[in-house]
Ligand binder design. Structure first.
Ligand SMILES: Cc1ncc(COP(=O)(O)O)c(C=O)c1O
Length: 411
């Protein structure tokens, strides 16, 4: 019998040591990012730059860890080994000088199920939860699905640069405000909040009795030289008033392996989280593959991450120069982290629905339209740069050709 496993032959070189330039064989893949969008639009030619995952193979160390699990031929409920805790603890100390204790660490099958548990355990129906927009749509969805009130605090955009909006934040807070959901680094705008900004936010939240749940899932995708500060590392008070949610999923392309970490120093917050785990029956082990991948990612993949971000930065430069040449009215925010480009199309004067139609039907590319990401997202789109340079170039060519055709047609 012949094997149906796909064969990926990655071409590597000194400039591209992990073969990011080689397209992955998608014959046997079925993903939300590509195959589901192609099926939804019934367009096999669609190019997909939407969902937040990469078109690259996972790092070799992660693939080896997965093979080891398969070779064991046993898939029972996993229990975390010391080597797992060591890998996590050393990663955060090595990269961000944040010292965490083994007892602070718990896990989940995802960042959002963990966030949902915390919302339900730390607030009552009708309580208000603050978060900064535009932000990944699930923030708002989780809040409203649990019967809490979503209070968006729109980021300020000054000369193309995003900042926290403390004046508006002061207006948003009421006696019913209980939780602040932080996205750090920020999806979609790509900001890495500086220590001073986080300190100001920390003072604000302490003063108003807001617990901070900080989603740091993009912290492994930093542009060269940009300093990332874990919120909980700011001070003892910040550590005791916050819960950090993080995962290898975005930074190491393991989204389908379903494993995320919850890190909290406060025993009160740990206990709330554990109650939530019990309530959702997630306490009895997670994914055996997810745990093994997380350990390998945090311990053995620094070089891969560095090469990845070099490639992503190259893709962002390519996008900038193509826009400057063909669509000078469209502006791109300079990212400091993530694999997204956040593009402002508002000068083209299209409604959000027309923008969506333009990309999907005329340019045949799938992007995330900013209007779905809350106040401040209108007129923008999020473009996922974690793809081969050839695919990126083809996507950009399609957008400029479609725009030219539209102008010729309108003239
Ligand atoms: C800001 C943010 N947090 C969390 C997630 C989900 O992470 P995970 O798949 O590890 O649960 C996403 C997915 O897009 C995200 O953008």
């Amino acid at each position: 019998m012949t094997s149906k496993l796909s064969k990926n032959n990655f071409q590597t070189s000194v400039d591209d040591p992990y073969g990011f330039d080689t397209p992955i064989d998608r014959t046997y893949l079925s993903t939300k990012k590509w195959e589901a969008e192609i099926a939804r639009t019934n367009n096999p030619d669609l190019l997909c730059f939407g969902t937040a995952e990469m078109d690259f193979a996972a790092a070799p160390a992660i693939n080896q860890a997965m093979q080891r699990v398969v070779e064991n031929k046993h898939f029972g409920y996993p229990s975390k080994r010391d080597s797992y805790f060591d890998a996590v603890i050393e990663y955060f100390e090595r990269h961000f000088d944040w010292r965490i204790d083994k007892d602070w660490i718990s896990s989940n099958v995802g960042v959002y199920p963990a966030m949902q548990s915390l919302i339900e355990e730390l607030t009552e129906p009708g309580d208000e939860i603050l978060y900064q927009t535009p932000v990944h749509h699930v923030f708002e969805e989780l809040i409203t699905a649990s019967g809490r009130v979503a209070v968006p605090n729109q980021l300020l955009k000054r000369n193309g640069h995003y900042e926290m909006n403390f004046e508006d934040l002061a207006r948003c807070v009421t006696p019913r405000s209980k939780l602040f959901l932080l996205c750090s680094p920020h999806n979609p705008v790509g900001r890495v909040w500086r220590r001073e900004e986080l300190e100001q936010l920390n003072r604000f939240c302490l003063a108003h009795g807001l617990i901070v749940v900080t989603d740091e899932v993009y912290c492994g995708l930093l542009y060269k030289g940009v300093p990332f500060t874990p919120f909980a590392s700011l001070s003892d008070e910040a550590s005791l008033n916050s819960v950090t949610l993080v995962s290898a999923s975005k930074s190491f392309n393991t989204t389908g392996l379903k494993h995320a970490l919850m890190i909290a120093e406060s025993e009160h917050l740990q206990a709330a989280y554990s109650r939530g785990l019990k309530r959702s029956n997630l306490g009895y082990g997670g994914s055996i593959f997810g745990e093994a991948a997380t350990e390998a990612a945090f311990r053995d993949c620094d070089h891969w991450s560095e090469a990845l971000m070099h490639y992503i930065e190259g893709n962002f430069k390519r996008l900038k120069s193509k826009l400057a040449q063909d669509l000078p009215l469209v502006t791109a925010t300079q990212p400091e982290a993530t694999y997204f480009a956040w593009l402002d199309f508002s000068a083209l004067g299209l409604t959000d629905a027309a923008l969506q139609r333009f990309f999907e039907t005329e340019a045949q590319v799938n992007l995330v339209t900013g209007a779905s990401l809350g106040p401040g997202g209108e007129g923008h789109v999020r473009f996922n740069l974690a793809t081969t340079r050839a695919c990126l170039s083809e996507g950009l060519n399609r957008i400029s050709t479609a725009w030219r055709q539209r102008q010729t047609h309108d003239a």
